[in-house]
Design a protein around this ligand. Structure first.
Ligand SMILES: [Zn+2]
Length: 445
């Protein structure tokens, strides 16, 4: 009988605070031994030679929309989770909307988690929604395990998930603070965006640039300032999702310095793509807040390197190709980028290789900080006693992303055709190899 389930030999471990050569032994889904100075003794059912590879904690993607139940034709838990595994992710936090019914009460949470238990190949976690109708349900959702709550400060684009008006935000945050959970917000100003959109459309101005100008950075700033005030007034923990500019992340850091319990996420696409990509790729690169210009992108990289951004997520929000078509009116067509499979590739290519972003920083914003901020225990670090959620990466291997390599329900993404440097070779979830060299392993068993 073997001593362990899996042994990974000769790899270079990357944690958020260290890098070292080690052998790793896994048993019962946990990292049992990390042998730093000498070869690990013992045998395993599966031995992996990681010579030349880096061993990183699996990415925890805190922001995805897998749309199931109810809109599985847009994505789905099986396809979405497989795309994550192929991209080196071992856990996701699914947003409460786009699935139908939305996760605004315990029953709907249960329905989604039952499906995820059957279909997901990585660890699922769930956001609960905060909408005007469900303040009385929040505590129940919290007690049933949501990792936090999500509200929209502007229309969500989904009819069954209403945005939270100011009264809902204030009351909801008061309630959420009472049981020490956290509110995540999509922060854009309805007033600013609506007025600008009306103006543009009435003048027949509907280009990519017009769409971007209708959702300016000041709209994010207005909403973030307001929600910070509510966080101060209610004592509710705050998390701002998909900040598109350093001007936005600056506000959250100012608030933190004043003692507000706040954190901020940006997404890989705000670090990798610009308005020019939106002009070239149309609906595939449409999202809200929209992509910005290259000077804003560079500032975000500076913020990331400086520790001003807590985490990077995908905000994977796919839809069938027919809904992504933009002709000459960029105000039409579903906004949402398919990116769950590419987050680590973007950070390695554009960050580590192009801008000297340390690997440790990548681990911090993709694994350690998500685990710590949302109380996901025993994940995000390669150490004895932690869950065996691991990705093996070849940093020097380049590849061109092809549509047929995507595990999404709909094989499209603004990254198709891009050459990435840094390729995910193997992903291990709870001690099981789920992805290896281009294939999802569970599908073959
Ligand atoms: Zn989202």
């Amino acid at each position: 009988m073997s001593t362990y389930d899996v042994i990974i030999r000769n790899g270079q471990v990357v944690n958020s605070d260290s890098k070292f050569q080690a052998d790793i032994a896994i048993k019962g889904g946990k990292i049992q031994r990390v042998s730093v100075d000498q070869p690990l003794e013992g045998t395993a059912d599966k031995e992996i030679d990681a010579k030349g590879l880096h061993i990183m904690p699996g990415v925890i993607d805190t922001h995805v929309h897998f749309n199931e139940p109810g809109r599985a034709e847009w994505e789905g838990l099986a396809t979405g989770s497989r795309s994550l595994a192929a991209g080196g992710a071992t856990a996701f936090f699914d947003m409460p909307l786009n699935s139908t019914p939305p996760v605004i009460n315990k029953e709907n949470l249960q329905a989604k988690s039952n499906l995820a238990d059957q279909k997901s190949v990585v660890n699922p976690y769930y956001w609960g929604g905060l909408v005007p109708e469900n303040i009385a349900e929040l505590k129940d959702l919290h007690e049933n395990g949501v990792i936090g709550f999500k509200a929209f400060m502007s229309p969500s684009g989904i009819d069954d998930f209403n945005n939270a008006d100011d009264e809902t935000l204030y009351k909801g945050m008061t309630e959420i603070a009472s049981f020490d959970s956290i509110l995540a917000v999509h922060a854009e100003s309805t007033v600013i965006c609506d007025q600008l959109a009306k103006e543009k459309i009435s003048q027949g101005k509907t280009s990519a640039r017009d769409f971007v100008e209708s959702r300016p950075i000041i709209s994010e700033i207005e909403a973030v300032r307001r929600i910070i005030s509510y966080a101060e007034a209610t004592g509710c923990k705050l998390h701002v999702v998909h900040a598109s500019s350093r001007k936005v992340t600056d506000l959250i850091n100012e608030a933190k310095n004043k003692g507000v319990n706040a954190s901020v996420e940006t997404c890989a696409h705000y670090l990798a793509l610009t308005v020019k990509d939106l002009e070239k790729k149309g609906g595939l690169a449409k999202c809200a807040p929209p992509l910005r210009d290259s000077d804003e992108v560079e500032e975000l990289w500076v913020a990331l390197a400086n520790g001003e951004i807590d985490m990077i997520a995908s905000d994977h929000s796919p839809a069938p190709a027919s809904m992504k078509t933009v002709t000459d009116n960029y105000f039409e067509g579903w906004g949402g980028i398919s990116g769950a499979q590419s987050t680590l590739n973007v950070l390695l290519t554009e960050g580590y290789h192009k801008r000297n972003l340390p690997l440790e920083k990548i681990v911090e914003v993709t694994a350690v900080n998500p685990a710590k901020r949302f109380g996901v225990e025993n994940k995000g670090t390669i150490a004895e006693g932690y869950d065996a959620d691991i990705t093996l990466v070849n940093l020097e291997e380049s590849f061109e992303l092809k549509a047929e390599d995507l595990f999404y329900r709909h094989q499209h993404s603004p990254y198709v055709g891009k050459t990435f440097k840094g390729n995910v070779k193997t992903t291990i979830v709870n001690g099981n190899v789920v992805y290896d060299n281009g294939k999802i392993i569970t599908d073959e068993n």
